[in-house]
Design a protein around this ligand. Structure first.
Ligand code: FE
Ligand code: FE
Length: 164
């Protein structure tokens, strides 16, 4: 019984992050286009490619549990991406735009890290070894992206925002 409920929770959360990844895939090109620093632009473009892989891995995880790959509206990612859009609009053409974009992107990565961390643990608990491996691969890429964004912020993006 307890096992059954945890697999329901796992499936629901999988649908949540599958929906979120689809939205992120659409948002990243907009963020890359908006970024002023070539390094930040490149970071967004690289992560867009990785995100295609995240969607693919999620499809495989749906396959492992014998369910169709299907999303479920995730209000959290709508809100986080909505704030990113506000930053894009409000700080367009200003020196602070890149710092704002880094902050918006890190909010996205942290949401993903929370979700994948949970899913990986639940997959472990449910004995879904192959799913653990797939979820861990994506979790690692999300964490590395978060770290790369921190390095960009430390490496000049924030200073540029203050200099103007
Ligand atoms: Fe992702
Ligand atoms: Fe990500």
């Amino acid at each position: 019984m307890a096992h059954e409920k945890l697999s329901d929770l796992f499936h629901d959360t999988l649908k949540d992050i599958y929906y979120a990844e689809g939205k992120i895939l659409k948002a990243l090109p907009k963020m890359a286009k908006g970024a002023q620093s070539p390094e930040l632009k490149a970071a967004f473009e690289k992560h867009r490619e990785e995100t295609e892989g995240h969607v693919e891995r999620l499809k495989q995880v749906f396959g492992i549990i014998g369910k169709p790959a299907q999303g479920k509206t995730c209000e959290a990612i709508e809100g986080i991406l909505g704030e990113g859009n506000e930053i894009l609009a409000e700080f367009k053409g200003t020196a602070a735009l890149d710092a704002g974009l880094v902050s918006a992107a890190q909010a996205v990565e942290h949401y993903e890290i929370a979700r994948y961390g949970t899913l990986k643990q639940w997959a472990k608990d449910l004995g879904l070894k192959d799913a653990v491996k797939l979820l861990d691969q994506t979790l690692t890429e999300e964490s590395k992206t978060d770290e790369a964004l921190t390095r960009l912020a430390e490496g000049g993006v924030n200073h540029k925002a203050m200099a103007a």
